[in-house]
Design a protein around this ligand. Structure first.
Ligand SMILES: O=C(O)C1=C[C@@H](OP(=O)(O)O)[C@@H](O)[C@H](O)C1
Ligand SMILES: C=C(OP(=O)(O)O)C(=O)O
Length: 395
């Protein structure tokens, strides 16, 4: 791939006196590239939590290295989980949960600005031998926390706030006896309208409660069902049992968790969008190795989206067939497609309308993108996206 750096005054700048803060590289010729995408943050941090809650060591391979995963590793270490990073391959980490399954209390956890840390780790404090104090960046004080903490209080924890009620910083004190110790499954009701991470954070600890957990969402809307489905699938991969008997209700059975000895983290598929989209703009082809055969990541919809924008897509050298493969998408994904595509390609187009052409809810259990194989590549097959099948308008 050859890229040409622009002079310091940007081509798009209206005023030549204003220096271009970032001289965007331009492709001189059609692209021919293979881009390896780092691991998914959502999966990396879920796997770390599930490994910490488990009963045996787990090796995570291909983990994302980033501030949010660093914060998660440090949070788990503070709680007494040994996380050993491979000195030669930083994306491989061995997680050893505490032998007695009890986390360290009287410790501080710093969440930075990471939603997956501030919403997934407080649940672990239920199983600590003393209070755990959580803090984060000043900006994190603005992120809602109350529904999760409400849930922990319903499970017997005490929560006290150092600042504004319902926000970081706060301290979670574990109960003397965990909810469900009497054999009755605790029912927890929260309003998770502001973040799916409250649901995920509670589901992740449900297996370790003596009688499991019934979780009820009582709010009007629920953001990011795909991330909740991801949590459910990851719990199952760790040997747990979780179901959603009706919309907004989840049941987690009590279960000892044990992930496979080695878990490979999928690449962060949403992050593939700008690179794959570059081929759509500049021509040529871009390929991303290790595209999973099955994924719960919302970014798994990219092949479908880009095929519909006019790209030629191949999966493991097999042509992607968007009409046939469409049947594997769960119903109601149109909003997700619009948002993802809009975000990914904001630089050159606006996605106006995306529609689900079939009622395909019956395929939900098959997985979102079970048709994907190991490798994805596509080629631009037209000059510039204009009024494509998905209403993608170039400018
Ligand atoms: O669970 C997760 O990994 C995530 C859930 C979503 O959060 P919200 O439900 O708060 O939008 C998503 O936006 C975030 O980037 C990652
Ligand atoms: C907001 C994000 O994630 P989180 O909620 O995990 O901080 C993000 O990744 O942009």
């Amino acid at each position: 791939m050859t890229l040409l750096n622009q002079p310091s005054v940007g081509a798009g700048s209206q005023d030549s006196h204003i220096p271009d803060p970032w001289p965007a590289p331009l492709a001189k010729e059609p692209l021919e590239a293979e881009v390896t995408i780092p691991g998914s943050k959502s999966l990396s941090n879920r796997y770390l939590i599930l490994a910490a809650l488990g009963t045996s060591p787990v090796s995570l391979v291909g983990m994302l290295r980033s501030r949010d995963t660093r914060l998660m590793l440090d949070a788990l270490r503070a709680l007494g989980v040994s996380c050993i990073e491979d000195p030669f391959e930083g994306t491989t980490v061995q997680v050893n949960p505490p032998v007695d399954g009890r986390f360290h209390g009287v410790v501080d956890v710093f969440c930075g600005l990471a939603g997956t840390v501030m919403r997934f780790v407080p649940g672990l404090a239920l199983f600590a031998d003393g209070p755990v104090r959580f803090d984060g960046d000043a900006q994190a004080y603005a992120r809602p926390m109350e529904p999760l903490l409400d849930g922990l209080v319903q499970l017997g924890a005490q929560v006290s706030f150092d600042g504004q009620p319902g926000r970081l910083p706060f301290t979670v004190t574990p109960p003397a006896e965990l909810a469900g110790s009497d054999g009755a499954r605790p029912v927890v009701s929260i309003d998770a309208s502001s973040s799916s991470q409250f649901v995920s954070g509670l589901l992740l600890i449900g297996s370790k409660l003596p009688s499991g957990l019934e979780l009820r969402h009582v709010g009007e809307s629920l953001p990011s069902m795909p991330h909740i489905r991801m949590t459910m699938e990851d719990i199952r991969q760790a040997g747990g049992s979780v179901s959603m008997p009706e919309p907004g209700v989840w049941v987690v059975e009590p279960h000892a968790l044990a992930m496979p000895l080695e878990v490979v983290v999928e690449p962060d598929l949403s992050n593939a969008a700008p690179f794959l989209g570059a081929a759509l703009i500049a021509g040529g082809s871009v390929s991303v190795p290790n595209w999973p055969a099955h994924t719960t990541q919302p970014g798994g919809l990219l092949p479908f989206m880009l095929a519909n924008m006019g790209a030629t897509v191949t999966l493991d050298d097999r042509p992607f067939n968007s009409t046939e493969d469409m049947a594997l998408f769960p119903n109601g994904y149109s909003g997700l497609l619009t948002v993802s595509a809009g975000g990914a390609f904001a630089g050159f187009g606006v996605v106006r309308h995306v529609g689900c052409r079939r009622d395909c809810s019956e395929y939900r259990s098959v997985g979102y993108v079970g048709f994907l194989r190991h490798g994805i590549a596509w080629h631009r097959s037209f000059a510039r996206p204009r009024n494509g099948p998905f209403g993608c308008v170039g400018h």
